[in-house]
Design a protein around this ligand. Sequence first.
Ligand SMILES: [Zn+2]
Length: 409
Amino acid sequence: MKILSYLNRILLALIIGITFIIQPLNSEAKAASTLRELRAELSKLQAQKKSNENEKKSSQTEIKNKTAAIDNAYSEIKVAENKIELAIQKIAESEKEIETITAETNELMRFMQITSGENAYMEYISNAGSMTEMIMRLSAVDQITDYNKEQLNKLDNLIKENEQLKIDMANYQKQLNSNITAYENRISKLDARLAELDELADSIDDQIKNQKSLIDYYVSLGCKEDQDLQQCVSVANNAGWLKPLKKGTVTSLWGYRKDPISGVTKFHNGIDLAGNSEGTPVYAAAAGTVAGITKKSSCGGNKVYVHVYVKGVAYTTYYFHLLTINVKVGDKVSTDTVIGTVGGGKQTKSYDKCSTGAHLHFGVAKGFYLGGGKEGYSSYSTMVSKSISPPGFGGKGWKFTSRTQFYNS
Ligand SMILES: [Zn+2]
């Protein structure tokens, strides 16, 4: 009892722990109280696992894309650098050309002044031999200065353009650098999230495993889908053993004996209790869950198997040669439940060939025959090999007149 409640407490703590990890912000989250709720939690965990896996994949894709974007930004920065360099070159070239043209113009003006004094320019024009020549000269000087003016303007604009290009490219580089920083920050965040997801995956895998074994455990106890698990477990606990009959006489003990029918020495996997007529109620020796029923077996007739816990230890109890069976698989039985009635006499003789008169064959084996979970096994021969002498009975011929509880250590 103590061991079981301790185990149960660990398991419940686990459920609460799971719920807490999954929904730390949801204060209304409560521990599952039925198998159906446990299964719903399991589905949630599995869904969580899947969504984490998806998130992991999309994070990895995003990291890849961002890394490529960073590479791209770096080469864009190089391109901008080259453009800036080119702009600087062009500015320098333009400035040089401006200098040349300015010098050229100045020289032209100076030449005119040097050759003919202050009015050389005017003289150069007015000394023309004809009106036509004068107009030609006038226009030549204008053309040279206009041309230079135009060239200077063009160059000035080119410098302005390149200055703007320099500024634009510098801003572009700034933008690219800030993009790189943003991408790097995003990548480091994603890396951290990936590490978190990996850790979470481990913990979810553990939780799924625990949840599954928890479900198996309650299933092995025979808990119904919507039954309160606390109640399911508590009913399955027993402090000791009761006799399955109100009175009786031990006619055959557990262990090797000469078979009353074949005369061959065989292992007898239970105790035979006679002294009751067919139809006498048979009770569960300990509270538990009906794990199996066999009808009209040629050796043993109608059989009922009940899983019980006594002092925290799992047992399969079995009742053979029954005339009637009053329970069905999955039923929860108490020590007051009439699971069936005594047979083995005239009324069951037609099919049960392993009985010589009305009696109950009562057996106890360790573990859960026909059951799941860690206590469970399915082979009948294993059950027989794990059978024990049913506790609380005297030797052959020993009589009892009450179901008095027997507390084994
Ligand atoms: Zn027997």
